[in-house]
Design a protein around this ligand. Structure first.
Ligand code: ADP
Length: 493
């Protein structure tokens, strides 16, 4: 396992310039921004910010790669081989990616090592498999003016896709957007979050090494309100795939709507984890704790609303408090640490404001709530019991290690509470009753429901939500559909 000192050395080799038109564009941009280590609060890197000229050039180069470049002539099977090569390279350098991601995001290394990087590898492999299977359909038609017709559809790449990603799981979420778009034959421009852009920049060097033709893939580092805004509003971009907050998602959607450009928006959630009285309580407590505390709670699918049947309420609360106490907060590179720091001072302030609101609105603080006195943007794993679904801590996405526990008396009430939310991304059910599992899964409003395990991810499974959680689906065949236009061809025979 990589040490902190080794990881800091690895960071020095990460490129810090935009990558487009098939090369690193050193010295083009005058503005820079600093990337800060959330644990030490020290500067990790200074990265160039892509300005208007760079965004214009990247978009027009991506366009020409699609229109008459080598990428346009790269067939599905060849795209698949390239994506497989990306997967192999990423797998071979998995430890390096995990160490840099751990440093950049402030999360314990086992998470990127066990989840993020292997998931990203599997995502590239999965879409390598789709690349030569992006087929249309033959549709029976009754003929035209007495003559028979042959009608079929083809799926064509949607065009230039801007992928705007968040800082919580940068490599994995970049893979979710980049792999399906490349498999479909699109040209992708990735704009990573300014708080944690390092692994996305490294991904560009790896994609270059895999041999993708110039213009097929670009990375434009920069702040959201500068590079992100320029990209989202650029008329040469055909589709924006965005993961982030509802507020920024709204800005992106409005910019896209001006040109009737397509969007996929994944905007987070306030996902319920429902523990029924018949659940295996040990497994449920363990899973619920992972669901709310994994990645410091900085997860769009975090199961931050914990709904518990009255019959097992005290038991579950006790077990969850024990789990919260078991969490070892600290430097992700230290032995035994299970929770790192939040991404920034701003995020820590936001989380602490929610904790204050929970106390002020009368929820019972039963674990955590504090900020350890040390460097770094740490917040203790925190649980509120006796909460109502109307409280701010039950309504709004906190994006930190804060769980809100609410009691229910019947399945009917559990479903009503689960669905009484502005969000609809994910839900987890804990029960040993098969009938109850399927019935509640059907009635809960969410893009993805997991039973007896929190949010198992798989690149084959569609991912996305509705309402304030956004719209559209990533991954699986849905990820191909989201990156293609369906064209109808009719031949009058
Ligand atoms: P947070 O507030 O937690 O940083 P955001 O939703 O603002 O989350 O960020 C998600 C992504 O959106 C980041 O890559 C960020 O740089 C980008 N972003 C922020 N503002 C804009 C904007 N106005 N237009 C396009 N992208 C943006």
């Amino acid at each position: 396992m990589t040490t902190r000192a080794e990881a800091e050395q690895l960071v020095l080799k990460v490129p810090t310039e935009p990558y487009y038109a098939g090369r690193w564009q050193a010295g083009r941009d005058v503005n820079t921004f600093d990337v800060v280590d959330p644990v030490t609060e020290r500067r990790l890197a200074t990265v160039a910010e892509t300005g208007a000229a760079g965004v214009d050039e990247a978009v027009s180069f991506a366009r020409s790669a699609l229109d008459d470049g080598e990428w346009a002539r790269t067939d599905g099977a060849a795209r698949g081989r390239l994506l497989d090569r990306v997967a192999d390279l990423l797998e071979a350098r998995g430890e390096e990616f995990a160490a840099i991601e751990s440093l950049d995001v402030g999360k314990p290394g086992f998470e990127p090592r066990v989840i993020d990087i292997p998931q990203a590898v599997r995502t590239f492999r999965h879409f390598a498999g789709w690349a030569d299977k992006v087929a249309g359909r033959t549709v029976p038609t009754p003929g035209h003016m007495g003559r028979p017709t042959l009608s079929y559809t083809v799926r064509e790449p949607v065009g230039v896709v801007a992928a705007i990603t968040p800082w919580n799981s940068p490599t994995m979420i970049a893979a979710w957007k980049v792999a399906p778009a490349l498999a479909a034959g699109c040209a992708v421009i990735l704009k990573p979050a300014e708080d944690a852009p390092l692994t996305s920049l490294l991904l560009a060097s790896l994609i270059e090494e895999a041999g993708l033709p110039a213009g097929a893939f670009s990375v434009l580092p920069g702040r959201g309100e500068v590079t992100g805004r320029l990209l989202a509003g650029h008329p040469g971009v055909d589709k924006i795939s965005f993961t982030g907050s509802p507020e920024t998602g709204h800005t992106v959607a409005v910019a896209a709507a001006k040109g009737f450009r397509r969007t996929t928006l994944e905007l987070g959630g306030k996902s319920p984890q429902i523990v029924f009285a018949d659940a295996d309580l040990d497994a449920a407590a363990e899973g619920v704790a992972i669901g709310v505390f994994a990645n410091q709670g900085e997860v769009c699918a975090a199961g931050s609303r914990i709904l518990v049947a009255r019959a097992v309420y005290d038991d579950v609360v006790e077990r969850l408090v024990a789990r919260a106490r078991d969490v070892k907060l600290g430097d992700p590179f230290d032995e035994g640490v299970t929770m790192g720091a939040l991404i920034s001072a701003r995020q820590r302030e936001r989380v602490c404001r929610y904790i204050d609101a929970g106390v002020a609105e009368g929820a019972r603080l039963i674990a955590g709530g504090g900020r350890p006195r040390r460097a770094g943007y740490f917040v203790e794993p925190t649980l509120f019991a006796g909460a109502a679904n109307t409280m701010t801590i039950a309504r709004e996405e906190i994006f930190g290690p804060v769980g809100t526990i609410i009691v229910f008396d019947s399945d009917e009430e559990a479903v009503a509470l689960a669905n009484d939310s502005d969000y609809a991304l994910a839900a987890t059910l804990w029960t040993s009753d098969l009938g109850r599992a399927h019935t509640v899964a059907r009635r809960v409003r969410a893009g993805a429901v997991a039973v007896n395990g929190w949010s198992p991810l798989d690149p084959a499974l569609p991912w996305g939500g509705s309402r304030l959680s956004g719209h559209g689906r990533e991954l699986g065949w849905s990820g191909i559909e989201a990156n293609t236009e369906e064209k109808t061809v009719t031949v009058v025979l």
